[in-house]
Design a protein around this ligand. Structure first.
Ligand code: F6P
Length: 363
């Protein structure tokens, strides 16, 4: 059978384990030899005990766990050709020519470059006498399939990334808890949520928690936002509301592109309205804990589809990313999606917010 390896790279997210489990079991079911690569690209470079064969039971009892049981890391060595040579040799030695990578756009781009370079890496290994001519020929093509694991939901081409739904649930749970104490003391709470430059978590959590105001990266508020915010908060109190909730995305900015922080918002409220105001930064709580049912299923479906894509890949098949389109797990060309994701980042950096939203929305 074919040699497949699965690894997780970059920041973790809930549901990654479900995806790892599905890759292992679907791979074994189809007669492949499946390997874990531990600690992301670092494990691929270091080899040894970091690359181990998986069996059916090695992925038992992980579907409900958050994080990634096979570890993840940001890796400097893989950015250097020497590191990638080592990685290639470690894969060839185990007969691995199929990779399932679970990570964000940076990690997926790295995998694509590795694939493009594969042939020349093998030539060099052959010239150095580190692999045999038979190996050079037998393992000449590296196939890759990507899955997007990220709580940010910031990848173009997929409706949801693995982990976003769980992070959202965690935020809502925390907000509900905050609301009860805010009610008792008639307080105003500012909740800072993650998401990097993507406003998905902030906007959806604001909508579902009946927040009074939200600051998100793709929609910087008008210049007079301080006034608008205070007017809105006051209106709500006058109407009899005992509390106010404001969601601030960690990547929130103003129209000049300058950060709007939770602390800044707190000061505005205290100085103008003298409300009893507190800031809660949710932080990594959002990224940990058990995955929601949605993320477990999403991980399972995407993992299984990735293995099928690898099984069907021909020499000239372009690498794919598994994405969710409506309720379908589909394959899209990996680099098209990565390029669009990068175009979004560029539009954001150029303060073209509407273009960014447009680009992100197209599938
Ligand atoms: O990309 C996921 C994410 O949790 C972002 O929402 C956040 O900005 C970042 O990672 C935090 O990174 P780190 O875990 O390295 O502190």
């Amino acid at each position: 059978g074919k040699g497949i390896a699965v690894f997780t790279s970059g920041g973790d997210s809930q549901g990654m384990n479900a995806a790892v489990r599905a890759v292992v079991r679907m791979g074994i079911y189809l007669g492949c030899k499946v390997y874990f690569i531990k600690e992301g690209y670092q494990g691929m470079v270091d080899g040894g005990i970091n690359i181990v064969e998986a069996n059916w039971s090695s992925v038992s009892s992980i579907i409900h766990l958050g994080g990634t049981v096979i570890g993840s890391a940001r890796c400097q060595d893989f950015r250097e050709r020497v590191g990638r040579m080592k990685a290639a040799k470690n894969l060839i030695n185990r007969g691995i020519t199929n990779l399932v990578i679970i990570g964000g756009d940076g990690s997926l781009t790295g995998a694509n470059l590795f694939r493009q370079e594969w042939s020349s890496l093998l030539d060099e290994l052959l010239a150095n006498g580190e692999i045999t001519p038979e190996q050079r020929n037998k393992y000449r093509v590296l196939n890759i399939a990507g899955l997007v694991g990220s709580i940010d939901n910031d990848f173009c081409g997929t409706d949801m990334t693995i982990g976003t739904d769980s992070a959202l649930h965690r935020i809502i749970e925390a907000t509900d808890a905050i609301i009860s104490t805010a009610y008792s003391h008639q307080r105003t709470f500012i909740m800072e949520v993650m998401g990097r430059h993507c406003g998905y978590l902030s906007v959806v959590s604001a909508l579902t928690s009946e927040a009074d105001f939200v600051f998100c990266p793709e929609s910087p508020p008008p210049e007079d936002w301080e006034k608008r915010l205070c007017t809105k908060l006051e209106q709500e109190r006058t109407a009899g509301q005992r509390l106010n909730i404001i969601i601030v995305a960690e990547g929130a900015i103003d129209r000049e592109g300058k950060a709007i922080t939770a602390e800044q918002v707190r000061k505005v409220i205290v100085e103008n309205l003298h409300q009893d105001t507190r800031v809660t930064v949710l932080g990594h709580v959002q990224r940990g804990g058990s995955p929601s049912a949605f993320d477990r299923i999403l991980g399972c479906r995407m993992g299984a589809e990735a293995v099928m894509a690898l099984m069907e890949a021909k020499e000239d098949t372009v690498p794919c990313v598994i994405s969710l389109d409506g309720n379908q797990a589909i394959r899209l060309p990996l680099m098209d999606c990565v390029k669009r994701t990068q175009a979004v980042a560029k539009a954001m950096a150029n303060k073209q917010w509407e273009d960014a939203v447009d680009l992100r929305g197209k599938s």
